[in-house]
Write a protein that binds this ligand. Structure first.
Ligand code: AMP
Length: 139
């Protein structure tokens, strides 16, 4: 199990493909999931490459989960959510499709179903509007 430097999130980190950015610091990047399971679905990734949690450096993990917490709080406020689903998959058998460690943050409303994982692409302008809402809640 090796880290492939050409995975799509590594390309986002290198600026080779675009993303709808929500937050960035020295160690971490957060951006909107292009196939959101609910409005406000975003992803948090460390800038250091690892396939997933299983091969991640614990110090990198500690920094990443701290940002996950901040963004989960902001996403809950931004979308007036009743709860927040945080998910992270390791290897294909567990549902992982992109092999750079990432945490999903999905605001949830009581009684509302989520869309399927890796389902339909969202409108880019809508994703930008949702990113702005989360950024405003972070400030
Ligand atoms: P998984 O590896 O199963 O945890 O899921 C990868 C997630 O990345 C899915 O929710 C996809 O919708 C999302 N995704 C795939 N490509 C991109 C991209 N270029 N920008 C943002 N999100 C993406």
């Amino acid at each position: 199990m090796t880290y492939d430097t050409n995975n799509i999130f590594a390309k986002i980190l290198r600026g080779e493909i675009p993303c709808v950015k929500v937050y960035e610091d020295e160690d971490t990047l957060a951006f909107m999931d292009v196939m959101p399971q609910a409005p406000g679905h975003l992803l948090v990734i460390p800038k250091t490459g690892s396939r997933n949690l299983l091969d991640a450096d614990p110090q990198v993990l500690a920094k990443t989960i701290t940002v996950v917490q901040r963004l989960a709080v902001a996403a809950r406020a931004a979308f007036d959510a009743d709860g927040v689903y945080v998910a992270q998959f390791n290897e294909p058998a567990a549902g992982q499709t992109v092999f750079h460690l990432h945490f999903h943050i999905v605001p949830r409303k009581e009684g509302e179903q989520t869309k399927p994982h890796s389902g339909a692409m969202a409108d880019g302008e809508l994703l930008k509007a949702h990113a702005e809402k989360i950024k405003a809640a972070l400030a």
